[in-house]
Write a protein that binds this ligand. Structure first.
Ligand code: GDP
Ligand code: GDP
Length: 437
């Protein structure tokens, strides 16, 4: 599992700037999808061969006592508690504040591995103003500049250093053909209801779980001869014949489950519409490259008008998941559930699809003939051939000249062609351009 780094600090110290730096390797992909980069609170990053999850905890208020702030604080504290390491950001220019002390006290009580960084330290003389931060009692202070990209590599190294990382995390590489499935969604969308409905089905054979603990577990089962493994998103526990979630919701577990799944079933709640939290989870699924099926639950509880609203909201807020199959279900009434299985299988097959070089190249050249890429100034991109660069999700690498001038619109045009030919429903598809020197 990828280690989780939580960014903590009072507002305006530069957490989201740092977050963007730490997740930068994915920027190119994310930028392709309008609306996704704004207001993201979690993402993944990679340094060297180590991948990690970063959570920007936003406005951290240790003592928020009411309403939505309390819920935010609760979620934040849970994320911090579940993180492997906390990066505590303070502002080198503004100096130490009372709120910094409160946060430090909270972190010390937690007894968690913690890296203290003083941001906005560009151009400041080594050690000068930083000595006051030792008062926080969290050990050494590391000067960085998130805005200028200074000290970020060192920070990530430091954060990951003591975690004893395991490099063997290649999803889908297992020889047994079990499909790892995660049901992801915010609290109360009906995840437990759906899982219990599934596991109660006669066609589905659940195997006994060895040593069910509070730690992440997974439930192996078989359906119509296909082996599955249900990846835990929130402390699934067996209670008699049914399963229940111990913790109602955990961001960290959700992210890790998405990372370790082959296919993610994103569950939405028709009665609540599409919320920012839905969009965040969806964005993370896309970023992680997992195959995905979208199911709108509680379809039984909404009228025709609400249904139309939901359908429109999905189009506008989750447009970047257009490649995924969309199902309308009622977990409670067990309606529409059977159709999810073929969709899950289809998404998985798409994710591991093999695309022979000759076919890819033929498609590419046909596409170019149908509509060639636009000239950009003096340059006309020349697309020569294509090959598959990876699976899970499929990556198509296109070779040629001046490819940096290929527009996003043209890439989408190519993507559509490739998707159609290989019937790629339910998986992200990445297209990389390699210009020959
Ligand atoms: P957050 O509220 O903690 O997420 O802080 P933001 O990332 O939104 O940053 C707050 C402000 O500090 C913005 O105006 C940033 O441009 C600025 N900022 C962030 N990092 C740096 C830095 O390294 N140096 C300087 N001088 N400003 C920075
Ligand atoms: P979870 O937090 O995502 O695991 O959600 P639960 O499975 O605990 O469900 C939350 C609430 O939604 C419960 O009160 C369920 O009875 C209700 N619920 C779940 N599925 C459906 C459905 O298909 N239709 C309706 N009307 N309610 C549902």
């Amino acid at each position: 599992m990828k280690p989780v780094i939580a960014l903590v600090g009072r507002p305006n110290v530069g957490k989201s700037t740092l977050f963007n730096r730490m997740t930068k390797s994915r920027d190119a992909i994310v930028a392709d999808f309008a609306g996704l980069t704004r207001d993201r609170h979690y993402g993944s990053g990679k340094q060297g061969k180590h991948e990690y999850i970063v959570i920007d905890t936003g406005g951290f208020e240790p003592d928020a006592s009411s309403g939505i702030y309390r819920e935010m604080a609760r979620q934040t504290q849970q994320a911090v508690a579940e993180a492997d390491v906390v990066v505590f950001v303070v502002d080198a220019r503004a100096g130490l504040s009372g709120q910094d002390h409160d946060i430090a006290q909270y972190l010390r009580r937690l007894g968690k591995q913690c890296v203290l960084v003083a941001n906005k330290a560009e151009g400041m003389r080594e050690g000068m103003q930083l000595s006051e931060f030792y008062e926080l009692g969290l050990g050494e202070v590391h000067a960085i500049s998130a805005a200028h990209g200074q000290g970020i590599r060192g920070l990530i190294e430091l954060a990951l250093n003591d975690l004893g990382l395991d490099d063997t995390d290649d999803v889908g590489a297992e020889p047994d053909a079990s499909i790892k499935l995660a049901v992801a969604g915010r609290p109360n969308v009906g995840k437990s209801t759906l899982i219990n409905a599934w596991l109660g089905e006669e066609r589905l054979v659940a195997f006994d779980m060895p040593g069910t603990t509070r730690d992440a577990i997974s439930v192996p089962f078989e359906r119509d001869g296909q082996k599955f493994e249900l990846v835990d998103t929130a402390g699934l526990r067996r209670k008699g014949r049914v399963f229940e979630a111990i913790e109602k919701f955990s961001v960290v577990k959700t992210l890790q489950a998405i990372d370790s799944a082959n296919v993610v079933l994103l569950l939405l709640d028709a009665t609540q519409g599409i919320t920012d939290q839905d969009a965040h989870i969806a964005g993370y699924i896309l970023e992680s490259g997992r195959a995905v099926v979208v199911a709108v639950n509680k379809w039984d509880a909404v009228d025709e008008y609400q249904r139309q609203l939901v359908e429109r909201a999905i189009e506008s807020k989750l447009g970047f998941l257009k490649f995924a199959a969309l199902h309308f279900i009622s977990a409670a009434k067990r309606q529409g559930l059977a159709a999810l299985w073929p969709a899950i299988l289809q998404a998985h097959q798409a994710a591991v699809c093999k695309m022979p070089t000759p076919v890819l190249t033929r498609l590419l050249l046909e596409a170019v003939q149908f509509q060639s890429p636009k000239r950009s100034g003096m340059f006309r991109p020349k697309l020569r051939y294509a090959h598959q660069g990876g699976m899970n999700p499929p990556v198509i690498v296109i070779h040629g000249n001046s490819l940096e001038h290929v527009t996003e619109a043209y890439k989408r045009f190519l993507e559509g062609r490739f998707r159609k030919e290989f019937n790629l429903v339910g998986t992200p598809l990445r297209i990389e351009m390699k210009t020959s020197k």
